[in-house]
Each structure stands twice: as structure tokens, then as C-alpha cells.
Design a protein around this ligand. Structure first.
Ligand code: SF4
Ligand code: SF4
Length: 556
């Protein structure tokens, strides 16, 4: 590490400076001000790799800030980050390119009877830029005395000989060339030793998944994902005022599922207000789509062109863009130790999206990420002398918290929709836990030779999209994307599915070069990890790039 201070041994090491990891650092500094907490983050600056919906349920953040920052509601940061409070909550059903039906009343009814999607009400929540929220939380953590280090990419977790307890986390090597040769500026990735390791990397975390495998944690059901793409659009003051700053629109139906003639995919579109004259427009699609030529950006294009949406953004300028995955497998996909059922093991805890704490009933997980960070901090504070007991303590606390209440309530939803499709599955899922637990396959197994029949006329401009994500990597570093067996591409996947990674990667990383499919443009990568979970032959591995590489989101 380049820093003068010695970080080779810390008490608490948090991997990932997103809301979950930073909530851990903040809460821990409240509980135990003298403890040394180090948060490492792979992005160049705080908030650069965080992207979300992002409708934030207020309570966990308020609870955290009430203890950490006296008078926080009057601070400039609070007024900026939490400026938009939801006062209008529209759920639309889009039919074809022009028709839109407001079906919010069905959600209200469902709420009255405490059924399924009745929990999808956001009034009183905030619509936030998670990038700005993360920056703010990072400043609070630092002010309280936590070390928050950006540009530090974690590559692996190191366990002791018994594979029971973590010794620490290894950082990625820096200064290799494309072939993996050491350059004069080579720096070997150090191991940061820690008593407690907190894994808060977000969805499909690299170190988390390595830990799940090494420590033999088990999921009752495979993790399922959605892929979200989002644009921040500068619109006219008239359009912004027409939309209003406190409004959230969730849309289902066109262009990802339409009755009878299809397509049939789970997910939907979202529109909400950002800063003055800025609207966020996103499309989220279950990664179990079966169309080999489908790309979530095509669905976003169709969504933006729908008359109902277009009225708010027509003539606007996209100022930022990005992509990410969302963990949707729910309760049954939480990785647990088979012996103790702990979410983690011994001195390692798994938080937020890394654990899969997104609520499918509320279509959000940011509040649970923050809450899990607070629970992790409290668990550490209670097991300071016995770090090997922290995963069990943390799990006890999570089980008693609102997080697990939500996860249990929503535990059948995604599996039901995946089995029956959106048209039958979504109404069925209203019956919630009265339903049986349906078996699901991994997302990568869903690909078929069916085509997405609503392909837009023009190919999506991925170059501009990537430029708007401001993604950067050192051009000479080794590719952090690996195709395991290129023969599978040429003999199976290309003839059957026409190399879908070329289509579905939102950043245009994959190309055919001299008849071979390659991650030809790794420096464009947005770190969304879609390719790792959607390649139909499970033939791609995403690893971490050198610290500081990746997108540079500012207001996503
Ligand atoms: Fe197909 Fe995966 Fe090869 Fe791409 S990497 S061509 S998706 S097998
Ligand atoms: Fe996402 Fe993979 Fe494309 Fe990178 S290469 S942007 S991780 S799909």
C-alpha cells in the first residue's frame, strides 16, 4: 500500500465502501470509538461504483444518523442528498407503445389486505443518488475516525489452515502488463490481516463468492439476478415540473412483457426525479430472460420511447449512464453456514446485496443494506474478545431485525414468477407464503433460441453509454475478464445463440475477433458482472481490475 500508515493489521476490515460497509464503520465508531476500522473500496473515489434504483426507505438511515451526526437534518449534505421525498407513487401498466394504465389502486388494495405487492408503496421514502449518499456516508465515517481507502481492490479472502477463520484479505497485484509480466512499477497485492472481516461488496461480490466456496456456505436455492440499466437525463424545467420532484413511477408490461404474444420477462421500468431538471430513467429485467438476442438497453430504448414516458424526457440530454445487477433470489438464496446457519462464518460476515438482502416485495434493498451494516457493527461490539463468534451473533441480530421479516415475507415471489412467467406468476405471487417453494434454475440456464420480437430499429449506442459511465482502466493491465473455454464459444454457443455476450454486455466488451469471441475491450467494463451470470455455458469469469479502475458514477 502506498499510504504511510501501516494497514497490514487492523481490528475490523470492511470490504466495500457502499452503504452497508459504511454503515458498519459509522455504527462501530459510535459503539466503540477506539476500535480501528478500515474500509477498502476498489473504485477511484467514493460512490464511483454505486448505482441503484434508488428509492430509499428512510428509517435505517435516520436511526444511523441520529446517533452519528447531531443535527444532521439541518446539514447541507442532508438537504442535498435527501432533497426528494416521495409524495406521489404511480404504478403503471404499459400496453404497446402508447397505452398506459395507472394501476396504483391495485397496490393500495393489496396493501389494505397485506398481500404481496401491497408493500410496493414508496410514499415518504427518498429518491436518492446512491453515489452522493455513499460519498456523504464516507465523510461521516471518516469524521468519526474510520479509515476509508479508495483504489484498494480486494481479490481474495485468506483463511487459516482449518478453513474456519479468516486471517485477512488479499489485494490485487498492481503493475502487471497484459500478459501478466511484472512491470517496473509492479506492487504485489498485500494481505491485510484482520480480526473481523465484513464483506459488503454489493451484488455478486468477488471476495464474497470466493468465501462462500472456500467456507462451504450453502444456499437453499441459487441466487437469481436482475440486470438494471439507468440513465440520468437533463430535461426542460417544464418537463421536470410536470413530472414533479416527489414522484416515482414504476412501470410493468411493455416492453418486457406483453399479454398473449409476449415477450415475457420479469421486471419493469422506473422514473424518478433527481436534482433540479434531472430525471432518472431505468429498466430492470430478470436475468432469466430466454431471448438470445436480448439486451436490457434495447428494452430501455423502447421504454423511453413509450408515449407515457417520452412526454417527460423528449429532447432531454443523457448526462450519466450505468448498469448493475440486483440479487433477487431472496431468503432461500442467502448463503449460510450449514452447521450454524450463520450468514458468514466464524469472524466473517456477509452484508447487504452481497448476502442478497433485497426485498422483492418492496423492490428495494438499500435500507436493508444499511440495517445489516448496523447489525454487523453491533455484533462486533458484542464479540470483541471472541471474533470467531461474530457471524453467529450477527445472524441472530439480523434474524430479529426488520431485514429478515421482509426477506421471509417475500421468500416465494421471485421463484414463483420465474416458474410461471410474469403474466401468471405476478398475480400468483400475491398469495405469498401460502404458495409452495418452487425450484429454480440458475439464470444462465434459461437461454433459448427465441428472439426478442420488440428489437428497436436502431442498435443501442453502447460507446456513448460507456462514455457516460466514465469508465476507465489502465490500458496495459491484464484483462479482468476470462473466457474459460473458447471452444465452447465456437462449437456450441455461437452456432446456437449467436454469442449472446456480444449483445447483452451493456458496455460492448465482447467482440468477435478473427472468428473468436473475446473480451476485446475490458477497459470498457462497468463491473456489472452480467456476463458472469448470463453466459449460457457459464463460461465467463469476472475478476477484479486494478484498484481505481471501473466506472466513475457521480450522481447515479
Ligand atoms: Fe457464448 Fe459465453 Fe462464449 Fe460468449 S463467452 S460466446 S456467451 S459461451
Ligand atoms: Fe458487465 Fe461483463 Fe460487460 Fe463488464 S464485461 S460490463 S461485467 S457484462
Amino acid at each position: 500500500m502506498s499510504n504511510d500508515k501501516d494497514y497490514n493489521k487492523v481490528s475490523v476490515l470492511v470490504v466495500g465502501a457502499g452503504p452497508a460497509g459504511l454503515a458498519t464503520a459509522i455504527q462501530l465508531k459510535i459503539e466503540k470509538p477506539d476500535i480501528d476500522v478500515c474500509v477498502i473500496e476498489k473504485s477511484a473515489d467514493l460512490g464511483n461504483h454505486t448505482l441503484s434504483g434508488a428509492v430509499l426507505e428512510a428509517e435505517p438511515l435516520h436511526t444511523l444518523l441520529d446517533s452519528a451526526v447531531p443535527g444532521w437534518p439541518d446539514s447541507d449534505a442532508a438537504k442535498d442528498v435527501l432533497a426528494n421525498v416521495v409524495d406521489k407513487d404511480d404504478v403503471m401498466f404499459l400496453l404497446g407503445k402508447k397505452l398506459a394504465f395507472n394501476i396504483s389502486f391495485t397496490i393500495e388494495w393489496a396493501r389494505a389486505f397485506e398481500l404481496g405487492f401491497g408493500y410496493m408503496i414508496h410514499k415518504g421514502d427518498y429518491t436518492v443518488s446512491i453515489s452522493k449518499l455513499t460519498k456523504w456516508m464516507g465523510r461521516i465515517a471518516k469524521d468519526l475516525g474510520a479509515e476509508v481507502l479508495t483504489g484498494f481492490a480486494a481479490q481474495d479472502i485468506i483463511l487459516d489452515e482449518s478453513s474456519e477463520t479468516a486471517i485477512g484479505v488479499k489485494l490485487v497485484d498492481q503493475g502487471l502488463d497484459k500478459e501478466g509480466n511484472k512491470q517496473p512499477n509492479f506492487v504485489e497485492g498485500e494481505i491485510i490481516n484482520a480480526d473481523f472481516v465484513v464483506l459488503a461488496e454489493g451484488c455478486d461480490g468477488l471476495v464474497t463468492e470466493k468465501f462462500v466456496e472456500k467456507a462451504n456456505l450453502q444456499r437453499q436455492s441459487p441466487q437469481l439476478y436482475s440486470v438494471g440499466v439507468k440513465e440520468l437525463i437533463k430535461v426542460s424545467p417544464e418537463q421536470y415540473n410536470k413530472f414533479t420532484s416527489g414522484r416515482v413511477v414504476h412501470a410493468m408490461g411493455y416492453p418486457i412483457w406483453t399479454p398473449i404474444i409476449g415477450p415475457a420477462m420479469f421486471g419493469g421500468g422506473i422514473v424518478y426525479a433527481g436534482d433540479q431538471d434531472h430525471l432518472s430513467v431505468g429498466m430492470i429485467v430478470g436475468a432469466d430472460w430466454k431471448y438470445y438476442d436480448f439486451n436490457v438497453q434495447d428494452a430501455l430504448t423502447n421504454f423511453k420511447n413509450h408515449s407515457f414516458i417520452n412526454q417527460f424526457i423528449d429532447g432531454g440530454t443523457v448526462v450519466e449512464a450505468g448498469a448493475k445487477m440486483i440479487p433477487e433470489g431472496g431468503y432461500y438464496a442467502i448463503p449460510r453456514d450449514p452447521e450454524t446457519a450463520s450468514i458468514g462464518k466464524a469472524n466473517v460476515m456477509i452484508l447487504g446485496d452481497s448476502a442478497g438482502f433485497a426485498s422483492m416485495l418492496k423492490i428495494k434493498g438499500l435500507h436493508n443494506a444499511i440495517d445489516s451494516g448496523m447489525q454487523a457493527a453491533k455484533a462486533i461490539a458484542e464479540t470483541l474478545a471472541e471474533p470467531e463468534k461474530v457471524a453467529v451473533k450477527y445472524t441472530e441480530m439480523v434474524e430479529q431485525s426488520n431485514i429478515m421479516e421482509e426477506m421471509k415475507l417475500a421468500r416465494k415471489i421471485r421463484q414463483t414468477v420465474t416458474n410461471f412467467g410474469p403474466l401468471q406468476g405476478m398475480p400468483l405471487s400475491v398469495f405469498g407464503n401460502l404458495l409452495p417453494k418452487f425450484k429454480v434454475e440458475k439464470d444462465c440456464e434459461a437461454m433459448t433460441i427465441a428472439r426478442y420480437r420488440l428489437k428497436p430499429d436502431r442498435e443501442f449506442d453502447k460507446d456513448t453509454f460507456t462514455a457516460l459511465a466514465a469508465t476507465q482502466h489502465r490500458e496495459e493491465e491484464p484483462s479482468h475478464l476470462t473466457i474459460l473455454d473458447s471452444a465452447i464459444c465456437s462449437t456450441k454457443c455461437t452456432p446456437m445463440f449467436n454469442s449472446p455476450c456480444i449483445t447483452f454486455c451493456p458496455a460492448g466488451v465482447y467482440e468477435t475477433v478473427h472468428d473468436e469471441v473475446l473480451p476485446a475491450n475490458p477497459s470498457n467494463c462497468l463491473h456489472c458482472k452480467t456476463c458472469q451470470r448470463k453466459c449460457p455455458f457459464d463460461n465467463i469469469r469476472w475478476s477484479v481490475a486494478e484498484g481505481g479502475g471501473g466506472p466513475r458514477y457521480k450522481k447515479m
